[in-house]
Each structure stands twice: as C-alpha cells, then as structure tokens.
Design a protein around this ligand. Structure first.
Ligand SMILES: [Zn+2]
Length: 426
C-alpha cells in the first residue's frame, strides 16, 4: 500500500516513532504527495499556527470539507499528535471543542557544525530545547568532524531513550555550499572540503531521516518559524562571526539559487580598496566585519598607541586581545571599542541597504557569534541602512537581533525536519 521514496518524506514517516506508527499512512508516488497527505499537512499546519483552534475554524481556513477534517483530526488524535483541550466560543452559542498540537509528541535533533564547535539540541514540535550538548571542534578533517558529530548525536539519542522520547529525524546545519537535495557539502571553505556526502553518512548510521542545509539558511528558517522573523514572509537573516553570510526568505520560502550560492552577503564589496578577503577579492563585508578582522584591527590600533582601556584588560599586551575584551570594553564605554563596533555597523548598514534595494525584505535580523556585540553594532547599521536604501523613508525597515540567540542555527536545523511534517518541501 505504501510506496515511499527513500529520499522523500516517506522515510521521515517510516521512522516516525510516535504512539502508534501503524496509523500513519503516507502515500508518495512519483515524488508527489497524495491528496490525503496534502490535506493532512494543511490541517496540521492550521492547528500549529492557530492553536488552540476548532474544527470549524480549520474548515474556514483550509477550505476543506468538514467530514475530511473530522476524519483526519481523529487520526491525528489517535497518533498522539493533536489533543482536544477545552471549549471555545462562537456566535451561535454552541461551544466548539478546541484542538492543539501535542508538542512533546515528537522530537527532532538539530546540529550546528560551526568553525570551532558543534552544538546539538533535542527539541520538540514547539522548538523547545529539552537537551543540549556542545563539543569543541579541534579536527576539521572529514573524519574528525564526523567523529564529533557522532558524539553529539549519540548523546542526544541516549538522552531521548532514557527519557522515552521519540526522535523522528536529524537536521544538520554547516557552512559553505550545501546541495540540499543530495545532502552533500559541495564546498566547505573553512575545512577545505569538496563533495562530502554528509546526510547519507548520518542516515546510514542512524537510519533516521536527515536533512542538511547551509547554516545561514537554517538560521533564517528557524527565525521564520520560531524567532523574531515568525510569519515574516520576506526576511533577511545575517549570520556574523568568523564568516559572514545570510539566509533569504522570499515569499515564505528559502531562496538558495540554482547553485546554492544565494545569500553570500559577506562578499558584497563595501570598500572599494578595502582589505583582502579570504575569497581573493578586496573590501568584502566579511573582510571588514568578521570577528577576526575586528580583533586584528583593534590590536593594530593598540600597537600604534591608541589610548584605550582595552590595554588594561589585556595587561598591556595587544596580542592578547580577543572578541571578549572588545565586548567588555564597549560595555564599559571604551571609545576605541565603541568606534570599532560602530564601524562594523556602518559597513553592515551599507550591505543591508544594497540588499534591501534588490530584495525588499520586511525585516532584517542579525545573529551568529557576534551576538554579544550587537548592542554596539545595530543602531549604526539601522541608521546607515535607512540613509542609503532607496525609498527608505517609505519603507518599514527594521534591523534587529535574531530571536533564538545562540541556538538560532541548531533550532534552524531542527526546523529543516519539522517543516516537512507541516508544509510541502521548499
Ligand atoms: Zn570576499
């Protein structure tokens, strides 16, 4: 009866692991979901977004026949995904029974593979984190990263088993160019990787569905579903740290481009004769706003004799200065630290203005390892973006921090799996 594609949603459902997996009937043929499956997703999505909601409200929102809704909701309740809770009000005096999702029915592992660490979370349907682990990444060879990835996933699966929690899939986010359809890291510049089949490796080991995407895309997806970009259909999410990238949500979908190269905001030129970027170009946003570049510039200024309280923080040794001291300095009002972060804000604001002129996003969010410094960066970035973007006075242009903080990428990785339960692939 069930004809499922290994690469499609089918294997996600095969490993569903909820109360009664037998009652889940997913039929996929030639890559297209059946009407039944589409209806099921429409109803689940309606409950997720409007929870608590009634069967009548679902009918109004989805346009589905009430008998279809009654039948599918009954099956969702039997599976333990949806529950009835309380009664609502309506104009006719009859009190409809309200439905909501059961967040703890399903859990997903989300892994963020960053340049110096791997962070993994186990989260429920509401993206609430129930377990978390972070390990330092010392060896960035393929075997090294895979080894530490296994350590993270093993820990979370063992936790899930101990607490009798169902895990239905593993989402992974990492830097570089990711072919999301084959789950391959096409190019990971910071590791020097080419064509590494990551999803296949993890799927083979754990027999769970695996999805992988670029870390900025994952961050954008997580923010769109659960963070400060919730429900904002046109969203630009910028990830800043040792590298700078962005994830673009256009009309509610991640825009990757045919070669998975969209969103490389870090390589927009913001200074015509600026410093050399690791991409080989000069004056890229990344070359002047990466944490490494700001720390390097601060050290240089100190060595040139700039008077600054930063020197006291590093006992008079400019080379000891790190990102942490640059944040501490700014917090205590040190002029040099504040100027350096404002300069980052100016460059970022310029890049945002240029991007806004092309994409017209409603909201711009900034996150990544630079998060602790955003208080000193974002006011200037917003100011410059408003100054430079075309028609800015008429635009509703807001530059804010991400809502999911340090977990934005790993929650984004969780969302790579969750969205397939609720929505058609995008
Ligand atoms: Zn560059």
């Amino acid at each position: 009866m069930v004809q499922v594609s290994r690469a499609g949603l089918g294997d996600l459902i095969e490993n569903w692991g909820v109360t009664n997996p037998e009652v889940i009937t997913l039929q996929v043929s030639n890559g297209f979901s059946t009407v039944k499956e589409i209806n099921r997703r429409l109803i689940l999505e309606s409950i997720r977004v409007n929870s608590p909601t009634s069967r009548a409200d679902i009918a109004r929102e989805t346009g589905l026949h009430p008998s279809t809704i009654t039948r599918i909701v009954a099956s969702l309740i039997e599976e333990g995904l949806v529950r009835e809770e309380g009664v609502g009000e309506n104009d006719l005096g009859r009190k409809p029974i309200l439905l909501s999702l059961v967040p703890e029915a399903i859990h997903v592992i989300g892994v963020a593979i960053e340049s110096t660490f791997i962070s993994g979370v186990l989260a429920n349907l509401d993206a609430e984190i129930v377990a978390k682990i972070e390990v330092a990444l010392e060896d960035t060879s393929v075997d090294g990263v895979r080894g530490q990835l296994i350590e993270v996933v093993d820990y979370l699966l063992a936790w899930a088993k101990r607490h009798q929690v169902s895990v239905i899939g593993i989402g992974i986010a990492m830097h570089g160019i990711i072919d999301t359809s084959s789950g391959t890291s096409v190019f990971a510049p910071a590791y020097g990787w080419h064509d590494v089949p990551m999803a296949h490796f993890v799927n083979n080991r754990y027999k769970l569905p695996v999805r992988i995407d670029n870390n900025a895309n994952a961050m954008a997806l997580g923010e769109y579903w659960f963070g400060n970009g919730k429900g904002v259909d046109n969203l630009l999410v910028i990830k800043m740290g040792q590298a700078v990238g962005s994830g673009i949500v256009l009309d509610g979908k991640i825009f990757r481009g045919p070669d998975y190269l969209a969103g490389e905001i870090g390589h927009l030129t913001v200074m015509f004769d600026g410093p050399l970027c690791r991409c080989g170009n000069f004056g890229c946003l990344e070359a002047v706003t990466s944490i490494e570049s700001v720390v390097r510039k601060a050290r240089l200024q100190l060595k040139r004799g700039s008077s600054s309280a930063l020197l006291d923080l590093v006992h008079g040794e400019p080379d000891l200065l790190s990102f942490q001291e640059l944040c501490e300095g700014a917090k205590s009002g040190d002029r040099l630290a504040l100027e350096l972060w404002e300069e980052v804000g100016s460059h970022l604001g310029l890049a945002i203005a240029n991007t806004v002129n092309i994409l017209n996003p409603t909201k711009i969010l900034v996150g990544g390892d630079i998060y602790p410094a955003l208080d000193y960066i974002l006011p200037r970035a917003q100011e410059i973006a408003k100054l430079k973007a075309f028609g800015a006075s008429d635009r509703n242009l807001t530059v804010e921090r991400v809502g999911l903080g340090a977990d934005a990428v790993s929650i984004g990785a969780v969302t790579l799996i969750l969205r397939e339960i609720f929505q058609p692939l995008n």
